[in-house]
Design a protein around this ligand. Structure first.
Ligand SMILES: Cc1cc2nc3c(=O)[nH]c(=O)nc-3n(C[C@H](O)[C@H](O)[C@H](O)COP(=O)(O)OP(=O)(O)OC[C@H]3O[C@@H](n4cnc5c(N)ncnc54)[C@H](O)[C@@H]3O)c2cc1C
Length: 278
């Protein structure tokens, strides 16, 4: 890959929902002379207008029959038949450009087949990187909201009667925001450390590294959503004004909820470790 060229996964589809559910995409890859022919439409392709490399999940029917497989292919921006449809019009993360990717008779050489999804193990490195990246990004959004609320509380003096920073209810909310953010940062750092040391059985007692990653992502998301909500309450009515960045943080902080690992699957993973293991 060349430096400065961006890569992302184009896996989700309207009908499929999250590929983490194990369903098969409708986007099809058919074997042709010297390679593959791809047709389909992907949704939620973050940064689509700026990407060079698209890792496209497609269905492949085995030549000898049997169940279809989900397979990742590498598609390049200048492959004929690839098009970005600018459909992204969402509540939050509006600048992410998560548009649709359309593939119409895109011909790929044989070596663009990257991997069969069935070969992936649970808690694979890509999933860990993604979960912790989503959590860290969300902590960034919530920290920006916290900083805005703190600066606002120090300066805002309704009717000239003194800064709201002195009001006990405001102080309590700010303290709780810091508690939630500190907890989130600690969980993400702990999960990253445990994952890095996963080969060393003596390095971590208690929860397994992959479970710590799931726990950190789910808890950080909940903490950050609560923290931004509290920041909105500190700022008060003007927090709703479109011209203030805190309104955007309130919308953006939710987006990671809908990225893997989703809460129900993460909790099921923790439950399975506790209840189904040896
Ligand atoms: C800002 C943003 C950026 C994104 N960027 C990308 C990207 O770059 N590339 C990409 O491929 N995708 C991307 N996505 C898509 C994302 O990864 C999900 O595929 C998408 O949000 C749909 O997931 P879903 O769980 O809502 O869908 P669905 O699978 O339709 O699920 C709907 C609901 O049912 C629940 N559900 C479904 N199945 C189960 C189950 N088996 N057990 C428990 N609960 C279940 C889900 O938790 C959810 O609440 C992005 C999403 C967002 C919000």
């Amino acid at each position: 890959m060349e430096a400065g060229r961006l890569v992302n996964t184009a896996a989700t589809e309207e009908g499929l929902g999250s590929p983490a559910g194990g369903g098969l995409p409708e986007t099809a890859a058919v074997p042709v002379e010297g390679g593959w022919l791809l047709n389909g439409r992907k949704t939620f392709v973050t940064l689509a207008p700026a990407l060079w490399y698209f890792v496209v999940l497609a269905r492949v029917e085995p030549p000898g029959g049997g169940p279809p497989e989900a397979v990742d292919f590498m598609v390049l921006r200048d492959d004929p038949g690839l098009r970005v449809d600018e459909t992204w019009d969402a509540l939050g993360m509006r600048a992410s450009g998560s548009h649709d990717l359309v593939l119409e008779n895109v011909r790929l050489p044989a070596d663009r087949l990257l991997a069969r999804r069935g070969e992936r193990k649970a808690g694979h490195a890509g999933g860990v990187w993604f979960a912790l990246g989503v959590a860290a990004t969300t902590i960034g959004v919530a920290t920006a909201a916290r900083d805005y609320a703190v600066a606002f509380a120090r300066e805002r003096s309704p009717g000239g009667r003194g800064a709201i920073a002195a009001i006990p209810g405001v102080r309590r909310r700010v303290a709780r925001i810091d508690l939630l953010l500190q907890r989130s940062r600690a969980l993400v750092a702990d999960a990253a450390r445990a994952w890095e040391a996963r080969g060393d059985a003596g390095a971590h007692a208690g929860m397994a590294p992959a479970d710590r990653v799931a726990a950190a992502k789910v808890d950080a998301l909940d903490n950050c959503i609560e923290a931004v909500d509290l920041a909105m309450r500190v700022v008060g009515g003007v927090s709703l004004q479109k011209r203030r960045p805190i309104e955007r943080y309130y919308r953006d902080v939710r987006a990671g909820l809908h990225n893997p690992p989703l809460e129900d699957r993460a909790l099921e993973q923790l439950a399975a470790s506790a209840l189904d293991g040896p």
